[in-house]
Design a protein around this ligand. Structure first.
Ligand code: MN
Length: 199
């Protein structure tokens, strides 16, 4: 069974002005499509067609670089589209808010730490909010790695992630990654993050 590019639940221009329609369209139809296609090629040539994406990622050190890079790219973008929404929710609430306060003292301190992780990731990669049991930690990974991979420094379940590859922001923000990261907070789908936190 082949992996499939997911449909987005909103239009390419729905995240304007935070993320422009052209960036969304290219990111989804070119970049994410390419990760999906190359993942299918990689699992086919390795005899791994029966594995789920989670199984592939949790044992990724056993597989080819093509599985690692494209499996990560496939999974990470699936998450990225889902944790953004037009309008966004105002703030994290309930159990998720409690966990953020317990782990980082306050939402503002969490925001600062997550932003720092996104800005200090050198080159291409991701910053993550990661669930480890009942607590939360922040990490960042290079390339298309993520916290589900056995090769990750910080392991756990990613519940929020920001793509800091230049392809995610360069058309609108050029070299100003800090402006993109700041604007990202306006489109976070906190309901989806809470759902992933609950598991
Ligand atoms: Mn990307």
């Amino acid at each position: 069974m082949a992996f499939e590019l997911p449909q987005l639940s909103y239009a390419y221009d729905a995240l304007e002005p935070v993320i422009d329609a052209k960036t969304m369209e290219i990111h989804h139809t070119k970049h994410h499509q390419a990760y999906t296609d190359k993942l299918n090629d990689a699992v086919k040539s390795s005899g791994l067609e029966t594995k789920s994406i989670e199984e592939l990622l949790s044992n990724v050190s056993s597989y080819s670089a093509a599985v690692r890079n494209n499996g990560g790219g496939f999974y990470n973008h699936n998450l990225y589209w889902e944790i953004m929404t037009p309008g966004g929710a105002s703030q994290p609430e309930g159990d998720l808010l409690n966990a953020i306060n317990d782990s980082f003292e306050s939402v503002n301190k969490f925001k600062d730490a997550f932003t720092q992780a996104a800005l200090t990731r050198f080159g291409s990669g991701w910053a993550w909010l990661v669930k480890q049991g009942d607590s939360l930690v922040i990490s960042s990974t290079p390339n298309q790695d993520n916290p589900l991979m056995d090769v990750a420094d910080v392991k756990g379940t990613p519940i929020l992630g920001i793509d800091v590859w230049e392809h995610a922001y360069y058309l609108k923000y050029q070299n100003k990654r800090p402006d993109y990261v700041e604007a990202f907070w306006k489109v976070i789908n906190w309901d989806e993050v809470a759902k992933r936190f609950k598991g």
